[in-house]
Design a protein around this ligand. Structure first.
Ligand code: ACO
Length: 336
């Protein structure tokens, strides 16, 4: 450890919360819309059902509920929160939705911003918040991961529509003089390979004035080459986890939990097998929620904490990956 690192404060994960939509869509229901089957989806992905936001609900409500649960587990007065980061690719306002969540949860003294890195977004946001906490500029931060990909899925494309669901999760982080729950992280991006997973703008150019045009804002639907994303995940996730474990000289045997982005059960199984981590130490909720993008990691962590699977001081290796391409891994200790 360098002198500079010694002088930094630690960061503790002291609260968690999550919220999912009421509406459940199972595989058989999807098969009534596209040419697919429960058997195909279950065997190839591990997903049985997903939650989809209906017209009775909103992503902002889910964010506020998840955030409030995390605040209440942490025992905080919302007025003592300094920072709110909302990791999302699907804000309800392109200028950002974090300030609306900040206001809804009563964190009036916090500054708030959105951060976008698709399915890696939550980990990128967690580490961003940790930098403010560790350098002493703030004391408490709430990090939310939330997505409503159902709004951007092509529900007639059987190759992608079966994968995604909506949800929100939140983690409350606090600076500490003596302990540190974010042991390490490693992040990577590669825009050269980004074309295999995009949610692009439509190229609709309209006349602005005679002889000049402009692009009218409007997004397409999710465009995905599933096989390329799959190959990327099974190659890069083990590599980045191994790099991180080596840097911190942690043997995979000493991990209490492996918590991966929930995209495909076969990806999760391949990574667990690579590190010889038994199924009993692998957290999953894929069957019931599908891929909830930036919500996945905090949603699954909160569920595991609330059923008392994850306990105080448990060491968790977590990894997120997705569009960008972007991917990352972090070693965290749950404080509670
Ligand atoms: N139902 C029935 N058949 C299907 C379906 C479906 N839902 N989807 C594809 N098929 C068919 C294909 O048409 C193909 O048929 P063909 O051989 O006659 O052409 C066959 O099944 C095999 O298709 P593959 O694409 O090879 O199927 P694969 O086993 O690769 O599974 C899947 C596809 C599930 C998409 C897989 O590639 C995957 O999980 N990739 C990762 C995707 C992912 O995680 N994306 C999100 C990343 S996170 C983020 O940032 C948003």
């Amino acid at each position: 450890m360098t002198e500079k690192q010694k002088n930094q404060l630690g960061v503790l994960l002291v609260g968690s919360g999550s919220a999912v939509p009421e509406q459940i869509i199972n595989n058989n229901q999807l098969a009534s819309r596209v040419d697919t089957s429960d058997e195909w989806i279950t065997t190839r992905t591990g997903i049985r059902e997903r939650r989809i936001i209906s017209n009775q609900e909103s992503l902002l409500d889910l964010c506020s509920t998840a955030g409030s649960h995390a605040i209440s587990m942490a025992g905080w007065d919302p007025q003592t929160i300094d920072l709110v980061i909302l990791a999302t690719s699907t804000p309800d306002d392109l200028f950002g939705s974090a300030a609306k969540v900040q206001s809804a949860i009563g964190a009036q003294k916090a500054f708030a911003f959105d951060l976008t890195a698709a399915c890696s977004g939550f980990l990128f946001a967690l580490v961003t918040a940790a930098q403010y906490l560790r350098n002493g500029s703030i004391h408490r931060a709430l990090v939310i991961g939330a997505d409503q990909l159902s709004s951007w899925v092509d529900w007639d494309d059987r190759k992608s529509c079966v994968l995604f669901g909506d949800g929100a999760g939140a983690i409350a982080l606090e600076a500490s003089q003596s302990e540190n729950g974010l042991i390490g992280f490693k992040f990577k991006s590669d825009g050269r390979r980004g074309d295999c997973l995009t949610l692009p703008q439509k190229r609709n150019f309209e006349q602005l004035v005679e002889g000049n045009d402009f692009q009218q804002g409007n997004f397409s639907t999710i465009q995905m080459n599933g096989q390329e994303v799959y190959k990327f995940a099974v190659r890069e996730v083990p590599a980045i986890l191994e790099e991180l474990l080596n840097i911190h000289q942690i043997n995979s045997n000493s991990l209490d939990w492996l918590l991966l982005h929930q995209a495909n059960q076969r990806i999760i199984d391949a990574v667990a097998a690579r590190f010889k981590i038994p199924q009993s130490k692998v957290l999953t909720n894929l069957a019931n929620y599908g891929n909830t993008s930036a919500a996945t990691i905090p949603l699954l962590l909160d569920q595991a904490i609330r059923v008392k699977k994850v306990k105080k001081n448990d060491l968790i290796a977590t990894s997120g990956f997705g569009a960008g391409l972007s991917w990352g891994a972090a070693l965290i200790r749950w404080h509670g």
